[in-house]
Design a protein around this ligand. Structure first.
Ligand SMILES: [Fe+2]
Length: 501
């Protein structure tokens, strides 16, 4: 178990990387990855991988060349840490949860936005699980300031960093959790990350920790794991924020289906307990398994395009599951650095929700076992898809992943890529685009082969002490090129490819 991936990277670089192999000329955008990179400062350290301070890494492609730049986000959390005030976070610290809740979520919500970066219109934002984003310059990676939603409308204290982009409208859909009596999940749609439309809300007694959700053309599906918190208990208990959550498997895992037009809950259905972080993709189909046909304009709201499919009677929701919430505790830095993972890796699981008049039902099918950080082509978002990509893990996990896997979710066939000498992170699929194609990466022609493109991932070479950007062919899943990074990049969370950068 190498531990370089869990150690602070304190250098900021701007360099052209030597490329081994060759890159296609159509690859002329930038991959921006986000993740924790500072784990200790002024004599204090964070306790959990999720709480390291955010660093952006940009790999820019131009005519077969790769340029790399990395910068810490100059957030309030970062300035406090550098100023000697120590480090804080969702899973770090011993202050009362009431104080923590207030300081993390209410007054000036925690701004260590280390999970992902997204583009909203012409702005680029780094996101975490508070309703406060950090804007950055996509060229220099300089920090530009904070973005916070209008607080007059319904809003929560905990946000979802995995906003989902609707390919028909271009809008992002997300939810927040408001703690109270009752607590509520609020669903929103937004164009530009500053103003947004409230879609609907779901009252709950004990809200769950949900890191992501599923979006289909007509529905939002919240996968409510039984990892819940009593809002009152939360205010009186001590320990880190996440320590207030309890694993309650007797509740099962509940799917809550919201209609995106009416905002109402149209179905709920419960299955056996599982936990998870990431949804892979979701879509609608009819009972014969056919994709829902395109809607006619009369059935869709004024501001929707007429290409949005009519509501399907079945929702296919693909989630990476783990047996329980132990995987959250397993990501403490103490355990990771000791090499003691001792948990099960994820499994790609398909849940098919049938929206029947007499009550919804759910069927479950395992697609693949032994994964982490699953992704799919951005061109298939909210639509039937065939290929999922992920880190491949042993079951149980014995070390940080050293392999990537491509899974055909229709046939179960899979392909493995093994890192040369180290560990490999989240794979990001980039569909092939033609030069000067006005469409963005989310909408190449749907008749193009789904895996015609490249897979980008960062590999950490423990022996050499530095990382590589590795580029795999999407179809064969074989390595096509690699570029040496001048330092070891700590294991990070999520990357997005921006063809316009
Ligand atoms: Fe995530």
């Amino acid at each position: 178990m190498g531990t370089l991936g869990f150690h602070t990277l304190d250098t900021e670089a701007d360099a052209e990387l030597p490329v081994e192999g060759n890159l296609p000329t159509w690859l002329d955008g930038s991959l921006i990855r986000n993740g924790p990179a500072l784990f200790e400062a002024a004599g204090t350290g964070v306790d959990h991988w999720f709480d390291g301070l955010a660093m952006l890494h940009r790999f820019s492609f131009d005519d077969g060349r790769v340029r790399y730049r990395n910068r810490f986000l100059r957030t309030e959390s970062y300035e406090r840490a550098r100023g000697g005030e120590g480090l804080d976070g969702f899973a770090t610290g011993n202050a009362s949860v009431a104080r923590k809740l207030k300081s993390l979520l209410v007054d000036a919500p925690y701004d260590n936005t280390n999970i992902v970066a997204e583009r909203f219109g012409d702005r680029y934002l780094a996101l975490t699980e508070t309703p406060r984003a950090v804007a950055f310059d996509p060229e220099t990676l300089d920090t530009l300031g904070h973005v916070r939603y209008d607080r007059d409308e319904p809003h929560g204290q905990l946000a979802c960093a995995h906003l989902q982009r609707d390919p028909w409208t271009g809008r992002f859909v997300s939810f927040e959790t408001e703690f109270g009596r009752p607590s509520r999940y609020h669903v929103f749609e937004t164009d530009d990350a500053t103003s947004r439309r409230h879609v609907g809300s779901v009252p709950v007694d004990e809200p769950a920790y949900m890191h992501s959700f599923a979006l289909t053309p007509n529905y939002v599906v919240l996968t409510e794991f039984p990892f819940v918190v009593d809002p009152l208990e939360m205010l009186t208990s001590a320990g880190a924020f996440v320590d207030a959550f309890r694993w309650t498997p007797e509740r099962g895992t509940r799917f809550v289906v919201l209609d995106r037009r009416s905002g109402g809950v149209v179905a709920t259905t419960t299955t056996e307990a599982f936990f998870g972080f990431h949804h892979v993709d979701a879509y609608e189909r009819d009972v014969q398994g056919r994709p829902a046909p395109a809607g006619d304009p009369a059935t869709v709201a004024d501001d929707d395009t007429d290409e949005r499919p009519r509501p399907g009677s079945e929702l296919v929701v693909d989630v990476e599951t783990v047996p329980d919430a132990e995987s959250l505790a397993a990501l403490s830095l103490e355990r990771l650095r000791s090499g003691d993972l001792g948990v099960f890796g994820g499994s790609l699981d398909r849940f098919v929700l049938s929206l029947r008049a007499d009550g919804a039902t759910v069927d479950h099918e395992r697609l693949h076992d032994g994964t982490s950080l699953p992704t799919a082509s951005p061109a298939r978002r909210c639509r039937p898809y065939r290929y999922a990509y992920a880190q491949e893990t042993d079951q149980p996990v014995t070390e940080w992943p050293t392999r990537l896997v491509k899974v055909d979710v229709e046939t179960g066939e899979s392909w493995t890529h093994r890192a040369h000498d180290g560990h490999v992170g989240e794979p990001v699929f980039v569909p092939r685009t033609e030069p000067n194609d006005p469409r963005d990466v989310g909408s190449p022609p749907l008749d193009a082969p789904e895996d015609d493109g490249l897979v980008l991932a960062v590999e950490l070479d423990e022996a050499a002490g530095h990382s590589w950007l590795v580029v795999l062919d999407g179809e064969s899943f074989e390595e096509r090129a690699r570029a040496a990074v001048p330092h070891a990049i700590p294991f990070d969370f999520h990357g997005r490819y921006f063809p316009e950068l």
